[in-house]
Design a protein. Structure first.
Lengths: 461, 461
């Protein structure tokens, strides 16, 4: 494909994308295909000779679309939202064309420097304390990870390296394996699966702390557990704290960069974090943290993947540094070499999409978007409140959900808190409006669902 | 930005990209900016109100481009190649628009099924034994990882989980920490930094085996080391084998899926693997392996990121499985749930770009591309052979390289094998041709470089 053909096909693809997103309501959010459906539609090997563009292009509708779960259909209320915006798509085209691998400053200075800048911009939008940011000139600094799972893992590995280093300074003859076996990390019993996985990968014990009836982690439960573990000779070193709660009274945080009792606190605000750009949705964040993460790709109109993490950059990079000659350059130390800040070596130019979105929406545009979704959630809450049949619990819920999903007009998934199953109704697509929420509710009623997640949803922004 | 504006701006961006790539020779491969350059060009916070497209768009040239290292400039010969092609860019636009998070089959069936299919296509193009592929109906199967670093880590973690599981079956009261401290992994002393990092992250000892004068790992050195480690009570469990060598006589492999002596062999053919689509470049691969990885994003015209890994899928997924209710679905087990196959939970629809590239180039087009690059490398080799001043070693090379890079017309980086520094001359950009190679050579001569990497390069395809 030469440049002229690319110009032509590029226009076709841009128009296809605009058509797809503008008419996405006409497609079922959940496809009706069965496992293995695609095998029948494609040959079992790649072609020997080049195929025509027309044939590939028309296969998007013939082969791909029948099996797509349309996450941006306004009636997709499953899992969690993932962002998608025209500015984000345009920035990604540029990122693909530049196609640099920004593992170090020298490997593409703009790739590193724009990331440094937009991470500071994001930190300021969320009103995070300056000490978490580059501009403080201190230990803070941000990086774009692929997902919150990776951010949690990076935090845990950094904490592991830090505690081992600290203990070795005290006792150089330390048996590292013995120390590893005594390390304990903590999370709530409602934590995301990625936290448990981080413990598995890092080969450290991850203890789940039981939450109270409001699914909150009580400070006292954690303190008791830590004290009891220390008494047993264990070494508490890491705590994952998910922030999904909103406190209407807290308009600012009083969080500091640092450890408390030698425990590295990682704040995971993957979904909720984007809402913190609205002062009225900021949570009550107090105390010390070493790392903070949220996903602009969830609720800030930045296309997946973009997980924004700010932290003690020195300790994070120390945990990963392996520095062969061919990756070194004369300007080391003046700007971050992001290869030391995460798992992969290579990295795409992801800050471009954050930059485009922040500039083309502006803070006001993004706040408006967040507030609209919260308003829609309240509208749904009111529908539920007005119907006495809801808030009943039962065990047939899973089947009913399948019924809804088979119907195909809306899509949502079940979840579970402690022993209670519930439906998770999430406002996901940027195009979801009041009528969609009404429609979803009518469908809920129609199949006589027995439980609804509204109250839960309201609290777990 | 509404759909109409997106159509308009999309065309502008497509044209910008075509112009950028067609005229990339006019830009210096290595920029001349200093660390911190961008801070002066941008405000220190995101805008309050939306900005105009025109202002953002013109900042691509004002702010971004001055600091871009142009990896696709034909005179970029640094690090390693990264692919870029028009079909790959077009597929990524579609992937961004669909914007699904394909962590399970149900979360977007097409995202999983196309990946299953193109991974089989790739395996067949490389003539890998069927038992590594889905279509065998056995334990094999492929997955797209982000980078080779992640593939190596996933292999090592799977091997770690597997050996712990095996030993626990023998002795349920096993002290896991004690076993962890006795696990040993092996790689060559020429291995990529990511291998050492995988050992660090997985908290296992990674031993580097000394290579011979040809930088080859001798089987006997490894055997000796393993036997000596076993005699000390250690548990050898993992071996990373980089394949960067080509054997002109080997037109097929005799590799099997499985372990030998309970050691998980991971084959990392990140760069060279793409060349295996040409029978004449296939290496002598014998024996057993549990996982094999190569990067279509390096040398197969698929835009970064796309690292293709085939392996024992059962053992890999077992190492990572944490399976909360809200991610489960009724069709589990019939098709892979890729979230169990790698570190992140979320994943983009990356198989689309592999599919577009394989179909729009065809096997023949891709072979032609690989063979052209090999031809260019030989042309460069001949220039060097004809000049007696080369093959001299010296310690001033680093300074000279900086001289070349300051000059800015070509870009390459130094490397080191054992105690010898050398220049790494890599054919990277798809647009590099004979004239570019001649130009690069004239520049080499011009600054009287003292060493050249041609011979090395020829052997390390």
């Amino acid at each position: 494909m030469d440049a002229d053909e690319f110009r032509k096909r590029g226009r076709e693809m841009i128009d296809y994308v605009a058509d797809y997103l503008e008419n996405i309501r006409d497609r079922r959010p959940l496809p009706s295909v069965q496992p293995g459906f695609m095998k029948e539609l494609l040959p079992d090997h790649a072609p020997e000779n080049p195929e025509k563009w027309e044939d590939v292009f028309k296969d998007i509708e013939r082969v791909i679309m029948p099996g797509v779960t349309h996450w941006h259909n306004p009636q997709f209320h499953a899992y969690f939202p993932t962002s998608n915006s025209y500015p984000g798509i345009l920035a990604d085209i540029l990122s693909d064309a530049i196609g640099c691998i920004g593992f170090s400053w020298a490997s593409s200075p703009s790739c590193t420097e724009l990331e440094v800048i937009v991470m500071d911009w994001l930190g300021k939008l969320l009103d995070l304390p300056k000490e978490f940011l580059f501009c403080s000139g201190g230990r803070g600094g941000g990086v774009i990870q692929g997902t919150a799972s990776e951010a949690t893992l990076v935090a845990l590995l950094s904490a592991r390296s830090h505690v081992l280093h600290r203990l070795k300074e005290k006792d150089p003859n330390l048996n590292e394996a013995h120390v590893m076996s005594r390390l304990v990390a903590y999370c709530s019993d409602q934590s995301h699966s990625s936290v448990e996985r981080a413990g598995l990968i890092g080969a450290v014990q991850m203890k789940k702390i039981e939450t109270d009836e409001k699914s909150s982690l009580r400070g006292s439960s954690l303190r008791d557990m830590i004290e009891s573990d220390q008494a047993k000779g264990l070494i508490p070193f890491f705590r994952n704290q998910a922030y999904s709660r909103v406190n209407n009274k807290a308009l600012c945080y009083s969080i500091k960069l640092g450890e408390q009792n030698n425990i590295w606190m990682h704040i995971d605000a993957a979904y909720a974090g984007s809402a913190f750009i609205c002062p009225e949705f900021r949570p009550l964040l107090n105390g010390y943290a070493m790392s903070f993460n949220f996903n602009p790709h969830k609720w800030m109109l930045v296309n997946f993947d973009c997980s924004a993490m700010v932290k003690d950059s020195k300790l994070v990079s120390e945990a990963f540094t392996v520095d062969p000659l061919y990756l070194q350059h004369e300007n080391q130390g003046k700007m971050p070499d992001y290869r030391h800040w995460h798992i992969p070596l290579g990295r795409r130019f992801r800050s471009l999409k954050v930059w485009f979105v922040l500039r083309l929406y502006g803070l006001k545009g993004l706040q408006e978007y967040i507030r609209k979704d919260v308003r829609l959630a309240h509208e749904f809450e009111n529908f539920v409140k007005d119907d006495n049949r809801f808030e009943i619990f039962g065990e047939v819920i899973l089947g009913l959900i399948e019924a809804i999903n088979d119907d195909g007009r809306i899509h949502l998934v079940p979840s579970k808190v402690k022993d209670t199953y519930f439906l998770r109704f999430a406002i996901c697509a940027s195009r979801t409006n009041s009528d969609d929420v009404k429609f979803a509710w009518e469908n809920y009623k129609f199949v006589h669902l027995i439980l609804c997640i509204c109250k839960q949803y309201k609290n777990t922004l």
